[in-house]
Design a binder for this molecule. Structure first.
Ligand SMILES: C[S@@+](CC[C@H](N)C(=O)[O-])C[C@H]1O[C@@H](n2cnc3c(N)ncnc32)[C@H](O)[C@@H]1O
Length: 262
């Protein structure tokens, strides 16, 4: 699914916004978290005893929100030595306290249900396995190349048990035309980004299906809502920020829901 202003009006979207302690939902990052939560809810993951694994969680309120439902969460992010710019813009977690939100999940429950670990998404430790769900928001476009991003998505599926679900969101260049894949920044500086286009997402979907997983994907781009026609431009105002301009491209978010076989 591709982020659209129309989604922000749906009750299944709006219900998460205050629970995530967000002032409004007119932002593609909030769209990603709501997309992830809706997918996890649909797949029955928001229940006591379920186990979820989050990658590159930054300071996402998704972590305490899952814990508030009784889910055991293993939250991961890269090490602080590796984080570069992510550590200075409030989008990196070096320790569990970065994820604590007592209004979303009281400290006692949070401490019982959430653990934190430094994990490089390019080398997922093999002892991370048997989960009911895994997710990442706005991460796999930052791993240094298209290949590194795709390899992460495939490897993340090995952390799941049968009948489990992976939900990954990423940035999406929906500019029409044949402009090449846009890559900006560097891994060393902590600001690398690869803005996947339709052809890359389709390639990833084919790879996922060729390995026997089910994947839901709809790459239609809504154009009717006022937020779809508004491109936030640098320096970004952030409201609305469902669609934005990056260099000569129009960018938003896309989400994939992948299932392992029962
Ligand atoms: C744009 S931030 C997103 C943070 C959070 N998921 C959110 O939605 O706010 C990108 C995240 O990816 C993490 N990241 C980047 N490269 C990584 C890697 N190789 N391994 C693990 N995490 C990585 C960063 O540390 C940061 O937490």
């Amino acid at each position: 699914m591709v982020a659209s202003g129309a989604h922000t009006e749906h009750p299944d979207y709006q219900k998460w916004v205050p629970r995530l302690e967000q002032p409004h939902g007119r932002h593609r990052k909030v769209w990603e978290w709501c997309f992830i939560l809706n997918a996890l809810e649909r797949h029955g993951v928001l229940a006591p005893g379920k186990r979820a694994l989050g990658f590159g969680v930054g300071t996402e309120a998704v972590v305490p929100l899952l814990a508030s439902y009784g889910v055991s969460v293993t939250a991961t992010d890269q090490s602080v030595e590796q984080a570069g710019a992510w550590a200075t813009v409030g989008q990196h977690a070096a320790a569990i306290d970065a994820l604590r939100r007592p209004n979303i999940c009281p400290d006692e429950q949070f401490d019982q249900r959430v653990s934190f670990r430094s994990v490089d998404m390019r080398e997922i430790p093999i002892d991370l396995n048997g989960f009911d769900a895994t997710w990442s928001s706005c991460c796999f476009e930052h791993l240094g190349s298209k290949k590194a991003g795709f390899d992460f998505v495939m490897n993340s599926l090995r952390t799941l048990k049968p009948g489990a679900v992976a939900v990954h969101t990423t940035e999406y260049d929906y500019t029409s035309g044949r402009r090449p894949l846009l890559e900006t920044g560097s891994v060393e500086a902590g600001d690398y980004c690869c803005f996947f286009r339709r052809q890359e997402i389709e390639e990833l979907v084919n790879r996922i299906r060729s390995e026997g997983y089910r994947v839901d994907i709809d790459l239609s781009v809504g154009r009717r809502h006022a937020f779809d026609r508004h491109l936030d431009r640098p320096p970004y105002v952030g409201d609305p920020h469902i669609r934005l301009a990056v260099h000569d491209r129009a960018v938003t978010s896309v989400g994939l829901v992948i299932q392992t076989n029962p």
